[in-house]
Design a protein around this ligand. Structure first.
Ligand code: NCD
Ligand code: ZN
Ligand code: ZN
Length: 443
């Protein structure tokens, strides 16, 4: 196994030092290290972070391998600085049995680029009618601990209660896609001024907030763990703040796109929260389905509340909701386009843009906290002697223009096409093996 000597790296923003990676772990840390047998990585100006952990990734295998595979999604993840991703269950067939979650888990091991931790479906076929075999998925080789019908809301309150109660036995979590389906029938974008102007059916904020309010009460009642996927409104942050203050066992995520983009882009206007990124960028034509996503892009006030909630810790983590879609499902009329956007290869750049070089906060929200929530031991731990060598090296001074054709994902639906974003992943290591070197995937 190749040893790596990383020279002059700032570990999570600290003064430059050296790291020796050998036999899967950080063997030594300190200035002036030498190791004649090691490959030297010149990390002048680079920041080492614990490998990023994504709690919300769509890998599309089995079923839509034209849009993404476990391998292509894993490569995109490694290039984005990730060492572990949790794969959502809305595949075809749905990951609602031990067989399917074990298949995804095995494919992840074979690709060997990141640890792929399958998420199991809550209900059979995501149909919201009866509970899937949660216990069998938990006991399987994939050791599933997070269950989600993501893409769909577990709307039936009795079923949601049962699911929360069931997973309590093994300290599992229900990750909810909070969307009251009766309030979003036919919805195409955020309900507000822009939807009125464009004449599109709206997805009101209350459709999300009502489910979160209900679910924190259910989780409180049964004493179980709830995780809220892709929080998108200021009102949701408020509901979560109150629940956390009462001690409810709830965690929440926000996506990079909900931290940067607003519903204005649907109408072809800029309105980015960030002047630097917006300088040479405009969303182009109106009704570009690349901006169609669930939950929808919201208002500038929502973006501000999400950023504040993330800094404060009311929102625990950034999760990508990486949602690859084939060209024919995305480059069509707005109403027929599938919702969802790519995220893995750009998440760190968006976090850097939104949070600035607050490395400890970035490490917490993109690595340590998601690893803790998912129970992924060996991930989310700052590089130090004896720690498994799951880490990534970031060049904070680099700026790169996003070109969809250059992404490793099989799909092209990035909302950041032609934007110039800060930060570049230079190298990523999974248990001491380089998955990315010089900004390129090793395999
Ligand atoms: N976010 C999306 O708009 N789409 C996701 C499903 C989901 O996360 O709800 C997808 O699977 O494409
Ligand atoms: Zn969802
Ligand atoms: Zn999703």
């Amino acid at each position: 196994m190749t040893a790596y000597l990383i020279k002059n790296v700032s570990v999570v923003g600290a003064a430059p030092t050296d790291l020796l990676i050998r036999d899967g772990v950080v063997a030594q840390a300190g200035p002036g290290l030498s190791a004649p047998d090691a490959v030297v990585v010149d990390a002048d100006g680079l920041v080492a972070l614990p490998g990023l952990v994504d709690l919300h990734t769509h890998l599309r295998e089995p079923g839509r391998e034209d849009a993404e595979t476990v391998e292509s999604g894993s490569r995109a993840a490694a290039l984005g600085g990730y060492t572990a991703v949790c794969a959502m269950a809305n595949t075809s067939p749905v990951a609602d049995t031990a067989g399917v979650v074990e298949q995804v888990w095995r494919l992840g091991r074979e690709a060997g680029l990141v640890d792929v931790q399958p998420i199991g479906a809550v209900t059979v076929g995501l149909a919201g009618e009866r509970l899937a075999e949660l216990g069998a998925m938990a006991d399987s080789a994939a050791r599933v601990r997070i269950f989600s019908d993501d893409g769909h809301c577990v709307a039936d309150p009795k079923l949601m209660r049962r699911a929360l109660e069931y997973v309590k036995a093994f300290d599992g979590i229900i990750a909810q896609h909070a969307e009251e389906p009766r309030l979003t029938e036919g919805a195409q974008m955020h309900e507000g001024e822009v939807s009125t102007r464009l004449g599109l059916t709206g997805w009101p904020a209350v459709a999300e907030e009502a489910i979160i309010a209900r679910d924190v009460l259910l989780a409180e009642h049964v004493g179980s763990r709830l995780h809220v996927c892709h929080v998108s409104t200021a009102g949701s942050v408020e509901v979560l703040r109150q629940a956390k203050a009462r001690g409810v066992r709830v965690t929440a995520e926000v996506t990079p796109h909900h931290l940067l983009l607003t519903d204005e882009v649907v109408g072809g206007r800029g309105e980015l929260g960030s002047a630097a990124v917006a300088a040479d960028w405009s969303p182009g034509a109106s009704y570009d389905p690349v901006f169609k996503v669930n939950p929808p892009l919201r208002t500038a006030a929502d973006v501000a509340a999400l950023r504040a909630g993330l800094v404060e810790g009311v929102i625990d983590i950034v999760a990508t909701d990486h949602a690859p879609h084939a060209v024919e499902d995305k480059e069509c009329e707005w109403a027929y386009a599938r919702p969802g956007m790519l995220g893995l290869e750009t998440a760190l750049s968006i976090a850097l843009e939104v949070l600035g070089p607050q490395w400890d906060l970035i490490a917490e929200r993109l690595s340590r906290a998601p690893a803790r929530i998912a129970g992924l031991t060996g991930h989310g731990v700052d590089p130090a002697p004896g720690v498994p060598a799951n880490l990534t090296l970031v060049d904070p001074a680099a700026r790169r223009r996003i070109e969809p054709a250059e992404l490793a994902s099989r799909s092209r639906n990035t909302p950041y096409a032609r934007m110039t974003l800060p930060g570049r992943i230079v190298a990523t290591f999974l248990r001491g093996e380089a998955t990315v070197l010089d900004g390129k995937a090793v395999k």
